[in-house]
Design a protein around this ligand. Structure first.
Ligand SMILES: Nc1ncnc2c1ncn2[C@@H]1O[C@H](COP(=O)(O)OP(=O)(O)OP(=O)(O)O)[C@@H](O)[C@H]1O
Ligand SMILES: [Mg+2]
Length: 278
């Protein structure tokens, strides 16, 4: 069963068609990079996945079930900025992730023992994202890269099945980005997450994702822009699915080939035309 399925999804705001005919299936544990020109509806698509927005037509299934109409603990999210709470310390921010999850099950958030166990887990997670020793600081005392690592830790502490990332690393310096990419890969490898990440950076898309999906409008003349929504225009598999990799004891396939030995097109970024809109 696919983790996520879009069945002919449309999103309109009044007369403005933002997305149309979006149909796609995302397999569990995939890492999807969603790319496309500014304004084509990438954030809108993520917000629908989060349950913050409803499709105007069509339906979205998560684990085979229609999506709940509001955000829940199964879906974690990290935005480009402002994902963490400025009035909470680093540790409190991560703990909050767990409280969000547990609030679903009980009115009382924590007994002392559960709270201690969660704090323990939060400290481990903070160490994993390179924030050991920063627990009692407030986000304003952290660099942008540290704040994004904190946001990742908070999202993962929720124990989501699906992690939604909206240009999470867009504002970071290239060096810090590279570090976070390594971290992101590790977190994804160590968990059972299905990731959908919006990015404008094609090297990030092709470097991290198992699949790159491009959204584009079929017609883009200014007078037609609001009458035609964006839809999936490219869907490129980057390397074989992780599950197959896990099952296989074979060493990684040489670059340029898939595990099945088929010739693989190693992410032809040139094939994707991402036009910035005026
Ligand atoms: N709540 C809303 N009401 C009306 N229009 C909206 C709303 N949310 C988004 N839109 C419109 O939908 C279109 C797509 O917006 P969206 O933010 O999804 O684009 P995007 O692909 O994420 O762009 P960017 O790459 O710049 O972040 C825009 O034209 C935007 O104005
Ligand atoms: Mg956006």
């Amino acid at each position: 069963m696919s983790a996520i399925r879009f069945d002919d999804v449309w999103k309109e705001y009044g007369d403005h068609i933002v997305l149309e005919r979006v149909t796609m299936e995302v397999e569990p544990r995939a890492f999807i990079a969603l790319v496309g020109p500014s304004g084509c509806g990438k954030t809108t698509l993520l917000r629908m996945l989060l349950g913050e927005e409803q499709p105007s037509r069509g339906q979205i299934l998560v684990d085979g079930k229609p999506l709940l109409a509001e955000p829940d603990a199964d879906r974690g999210v990290v935005f480009q900025r402002y994902s963490v709470f400025p009035h909470l310390t680093v540790l409190q921010n991560v703990m909050l992730g767990r409280e969000f999850r547990d609030a679903k099950f009980s009115a009382r958030l924590f007994g002392a023992a559960r709270r201690a166990a969660a704090a323990d887990e939060a400290m481990k997670l903070l160490a994993e994202v390179g924030l050991a020793g920063q627990e009692s600081k407030y986000p304003s005392a952290l660099s942008g890269g540290m704040q994004q690592r904190l946001a990742l830790a908070q999202a993962i502490m929720r124990g989501p099945k699906i992690l939604l990332l909206d240009e999470p690393f867009g504002a970071l310096d290239p060096g810090i980005r590279a570090d976070i990419h390594v971290l992101m890969k590790r977190l994804w490898n160590e968990t059972h997450l299905t990731v959908v990440m919006v990015t404008h950076d094609l090297s990030e898309a092709f470097g991290l994702a198992t699949r790159v999906i491009a959204l584009e409008r079929s017609r883009n003349r200014p007078e037609e822009r609001e009458r035609y929504g964006a839809t999936v225009s490219r869907d490129l598999e980057i390397f074989p699915r992780r599950r197959a990799e896990l099952r296989s004891s074979v060493q990684p396939a040489p670059a340029g080939t898939t595990r099945s030995g088929k010739e693989h097109q190693p992410g032809r970024p040139g094939a994707l035309v991402l036009k910035e809109q005026p």
